[in-house]
Design a protein around this ligand. Structure first.
Ligand code: HEC
Ligand code: HEC
Length: 311
């Protein structure tokens, strides 16, 4: 048991990147940019609109709502614990957070803004120059610096300590007996940890678990011969999962019970289905234990105040 629990221990520090090292000043600039709707064409859509800290860095919709009310094709995932991730977006099409940051800015249904125009927009707001100077040593505003600061801020977003973490750290009564049984099921009979592994509860890999009908997910970026990546999506981390109002890349399920039922009931076979996606058998009390465990992964919502925007 001690060995199993050790696999779920939180790391002590956020990893820094050599080509974009973490600094408090750069993260502070990134935070302001993240909350600033002036990065969008309409002046109303900030990153925080879809990744709202008050909702756990996500929104309340099944599918993202962006520029002039446009509805996107996928759900806004919570942005947390991404400093440790190796691919970004449900389909992994962004290889780092710097590249990722440009995508929602440019997407017509999200912020609808050419990232190359952002320096001009921010140059017209005098309050930004001192923030760039503090972050980079001189006040020049460039697209690369904007994206690097956004990526830096996103790297600093880490899930808060949940009851599960206190149990892993040795506090025996931090979670209930039901949840402890659920943890064992998660790692054994229910097979969840085959994909939702480690302290972030993701293997950073892509699997078809039978949710998608039309969307090819990772499959759009690999040859069709690679069958197991067709309809495959990134395994979402499960920290703070009970805060999500919609689940799966398309927001098609709405409760933990419904998610578990999906693994119990299975789905029509197709060649792309992950070999790790196998029907599981749980009786009613095991199902309840598994839900009790998943609920211990959610930390109390910490209050984060939106930064004051420069003018
Ligand atoms: C209109 C809503 C919306 C806005 C605005 C938005 N996002 Fe997102 N975000 C999404 C959706 C939807 C996805 C998933 C897209 C996909 O997988 O195709 C996503 C994915 C991400 C991811 C990847 C998460 C992961 O687990 O791989 C990051 C990081 C992120 N957004 C950061 C940002 C930043 C930074 C901004 C502002 C520059 C931003 N987002 C603006 C909706 C939004
Ligand atoms: C084959 C790998 C695999 C296994 C095994 C697996 N999952 Fe998943 N899980 C995924 C993938 C991939 C998704 C996202 C699928 C999608 O959106 O199309 C997902 C989504 C979820 C979600 C929704 C989270 C969100 O933010 O959308 C929950 C909850 C979940 N799984 C719980 C479980 C539980 C509980 C088990 C064990 C009974 C389990 N998973 C077993 C790969 C797996």
């Amino acid at each position: 048991m001690a060995e199993l629990k050790a696999k779920f221990k939180r790391p002590d520090a956020i990893p820094s990147r050599r080509d974009n090292p973490l600094s408090p000043e750069k993260a502070a600039l990134g935070k302001v940019l993240f909350f600033d709707p002036r990065l969008s064409a309409s002046g109303t859509v900030s990153c925080s609109r879809c990744h709202d800290p008050a909702l756990g860095w996500q929104d309340e919709f099944a599918k993202a709502v962006g520029h002039e009310g446009a509805i996107g094709r996928r759900r806004s995932p919570p942005v947390a614990n991404l400093a440790w991730a190796s691919a970004f977006m449900w389909d992994g099409r962004a290889e780092d957070l710097e590249t990722q940051a440009a995508l929602p800015i440019a997407a017509p249904e999200e912020m609808n803004m050419d990232p190359a125009q952002l320096p001009e927009v921010l140059d017209s707001i005098p309050g930004y120059a001192p923030l760039f100077e503090a972050a980079y040593g001189d006040p020049a505003i460039t697209t690369d610096r904007i994206l690097a600061a956004l990526a830096t801020f996103v790297r600093t977003i880490v899930s808060d300590e949940a009851p599960f973490d206190r149990w892993i750290a040795g506090e025996k009564t931090a979670i209930s007996d039901e949840a402890k049984r659920g943890f064992i099921l998660f790692n054994t009979k229910a097979r969840c940890a085959k994909c939702h592994s480690g302290w972030r509860f993701t293997d950073d890999s892509f699997h078809d678990i039978g949710i998608s009908r039309g969307d090819l997910g990772r499959g759009a970026f690999v040859p069709p011969e690679i069958e197991v990546l067709q309809h495959a999506f990134k395994t979402p981390g499960l920290r703070d999962v009970s805060r999500r109002q919609h689940l799966m890349h398309d927001g098609s399920l709405v409760s933990l019970g419904a998610a578990i039922d999906h693994y119990v009931n299975g789905t029509e076979p197709r060649p792309s289905l992950s070999p790790e996606f196998q029907r599981i058998q749980l009786d009613a009390s095991e199902r309840a234990d598994l839900i009790a465990f998943l609920q211990t992964l959610t930390a109390p919502l910490s209050e984060l105040r939106a930064p004051e925007l420069p003018h």
